[in-house]
Design a protein around this ligand. Structure first.
Ligand SMILES: NC(=O)c1ccc[n+]([C@@H]2O[C@H](COP(=O)([O-])OP(=O)(O)OC[C@H]3O[C@@H](n4cnc5c(N)ncnc54)[C@H](O)[C@@H]3O)[C@@H](O)[C@H]2O)c1
Ligand SMILES: O=C[C@H](O)CS(=O)(=O)O
Length: 486
């Protein structure tokens, strides 16, 4: 267990300690099944304590100056950089990230913290004229209070940071509930760095717990003001219904069934490179991963042949090795789920171009073609290294097939004609769209989020400030008023 033993404890209400549950979670390396740490879980008593302390500490934190909060963000970046190697290793060992993906994720997340360091200065108040003589209306932008942040295991660091950093920077407290499989890289490590950077104790608590034991406590707690959820559409719908029942705002970043479209005038070499990255980065376990490659039949044979030869060069194995492109899936269930999808596709008529192979928790890439939009694999989120190619006849069919899904997260198109790409983008039912790039794109300053079953709300830039703050109208009456009843 070695250096992992410190992570038996989590920050709960300002104190690093074990949880009060009688249950434990065995956090294991998904590549070799080695036990990293056995964590005594938190229960509802711990959650109450975390909210109670957060409520007190947040009030003081909200009074700090913009400069103080900004400095904490910048210091956190410095500390994460100083501990990058240690942290990247945890991401590899805990989540099965390849070392390349771990560093990619750290770079992405640090950009979000940098962006958040500017938010304290952007919480603008304004003065508005009134219809009443002698009155001035002031509108103050203020923190919501306590934000419950619930995150998945696939990009545990970035997906926590994307909510934690803006929430803290705008003056809130955070109750962070990571997935247990990434309790350290998505939870405790983050809290430790922010505390070391100057966040007061108790402003962030981390809840590592069994959902069967805590139920919906993190969502429905009376002191929770906003729930920021990233995860599956199924859980998101439940969380939205619980939050709305308790009149809490929920922001939801959910699943995707993302189309990568190759038109007949595309630069095929560029399209192949982008699709290899967008399909296989992190074994295809990204909400923005390419789920369907839709190719115009005029160029599909050439595309498939170039794609196949690149796929065959991808290496699968130990995620710690710099040479590895494809590491393990997060757990055996995912392996079984992905295998089931592949077998069903073959039964439904897909043709195998590259045959994958399972070894423990790793699965080497599969490439399937002759897939149609009606097949199960074209309708479900795959979350594995399975490339699905759907040949189509022309642009109209490409648009129809690309939109033939309940999801609406992201899409992309390859074409040498930018106007054609823009027209395609307009017709796509999704929150994000990229021309001549992969579907996997995440950066600060722009609105990240989906439509349809892919979510509600946006992260990034002014949209993050909106999610984690609210406005208060304060009026000042400077002259005696003529009240109707006086
Ligand atoms: N749109 C995005 O930005 C985005 C990003 C990453 C992942 N995702 C999606 O997430 C899914 C993969 O992640 P997953 O399988 O871990 O998702 P999941 O929905 O099963 O779990 C996500 C997190 O929610 C927690 N959770 C679920 N119900 C809860 C409740 N009632 N109270 C408190 N916590 C609760 C889980 O414990 C976990 O921490 C995929 O569908 C993927 O597309 C979306
Ligand atoms: O899984 C989806 C994530 O949004 C990926 S990223 O962290 O935004 O790169």
């Amino acid at each position: 267990m070695g250096s992992y033993s410190q992570w038996k404890q989590m920050p709960l209400g300002g104190v690093w300690r074990e949880g009060n549950s009688d249950s434990y979670y065995e956090n294991k390396n998904p590549y070799n099944n080695e036990l990293l740490v056995r964590i005594k879980l938190a229960n509802n008593e711990d959650i109450d304590e975390a909210f109670f302390v957060a409520n007190k500490v947040q009030k003081e934190w909200a009074q700090t100056t913009a400069e103080e909060r900004s400095k904490v963000m910048l210091k956190a970046i410095k500390l994460f950089e100083e501990r990058r190697e240690e942290f990247a290793k945890i991401l590899v060992e805990e989540s099965g990230s390849t070392i390349k993906k771990a560093n990619f994720e750290i770079d992405t997340a640090l950009r979000y913290i940098k962006e958040a360091s500017e938010f304290p200065f952007k919480m603008e108040s304004e003065t508005l004229d009134s219809t009443i003589k002698g009155k001035k209306n002031k509108i103050f932008r203020i923190p919501v209070g306590i934000v419950s942040v619930i995150t998945p295991w696939n990009f545990p660091f970035n997906l926590a940071i994307r909510s934690v950093a803006p929430a803290l920077a705008t003056g809130n407290a955070v109750i962070l509930k990571p997935d247990n499989q990434t309790a350290i890289s998505g939870g405790s490590f983050i809290a430790k760095v922010f505390e070391d950077a100057g966040v007061p104790k108790g402003l962030i608590s981390v809840i590592i717990a069994d959902l069967k034991e805590i139920g919906d406590a993190v969502i429905e707690h009376p002191l929770a003001n906003v729930v920021s959820f990233t995860g599956s559409s199924k859980a998101g719908k439940h969380i939205a219904s619980v939050a709305s029942k308790h009149l809490k705002k929920a922001t939801l970043e959910l699943g995707g069934n993302n189309a990568f479209v190759v038109l007949d005038d595309a630069d095929l070499d560029k399209a192949v490179s982008a699709s290899i990255f967008g399909k296989f980065m992190h074994q295809g376990q990204i909400c923005m991963s390419i789920n369907r490659i839709i190719v115009d039949r005029k160029v599909s044979n050439e595309f498939i042949s170039k794609f196949k030869s690149k796929v065959e060069k991808l290496t699968t194995g130990d995620p710690m090795s710099n040479e590895t492109n494809i590491g393990p899936l997060i757990n055996k269930n995912q392996i079984n789920q992905v295998n089931r999808l592949v077998q069903t596709s073959i039964e439904e008529g897909a043709t195998v171009v590259v045959k994958g192979d399972v070894k423990n928790n790793t699965i080497s890439p599969w490439v399937l073609t002759d897939v149609t939009s009606e097949m199960t694999i074209a309708q479900e989120e795959i979350f594995g290294p399975i490339a699905v190619i759907i040949p189509v006849d022309g642009e109209e069919e490409a648009i129809r097939v690309a939109n033939d899904t309940k999801y609406g997260l992201v899409g992309s198109v390859f074409t040498e004609d930018i106007n054609r790409g823009l027209a395609f983008a307009e017709k796509m039912d999704c929150g994000m769209f990229h021309i001549n790039d992969a579907t996997v794109n995440s950066e600060p300053g722009v609105p990240f989020g989906g439509e349809k079953d892919s979510g509600l709300g946006r992260h990034g830039g002014e949209w993050s400030i909106d999610e984690f703050t609210t406005v208060k109208w304060v009026s000042i009456q400077n002259e005696a008023r003529n009240y109707p009843l006086a």
